[in-house]
Design a protein around this ligand. Sequence first.
Ligand SMILES: [Zn+2]
Length: 93
Amino acid sequence: MRGYFTLPGTYSCIPCKHCGARPVIAIVDDGEYVVKCPTDASHYQTHPGLIDIDDWNEHNSKPVNSPADVSPGILNDHFFQLNGAIVSADNAD
Ligand SMILES: [Zn+2]
């Protein structure tokens, strides 16, 4: 049976961006490890190999279920600018 290691507290890893779980290290093959979410296998896991906390952190640093992300704001500003330009042109004619 394949085992899991919990990460020592000295590792500065961020929680799973999907469910907030603290990642675990799983052995996938002899001498190969993945850093993965203990809750759901479909959540992000690193490629098999060395324990790559940096890769885990990088892929979990952007929350997916946060409605207050910066992207919608940028899009809204863009649409407002486009609408404003179109309305102004119509009024000018
Ligand atoms: Zn997760």
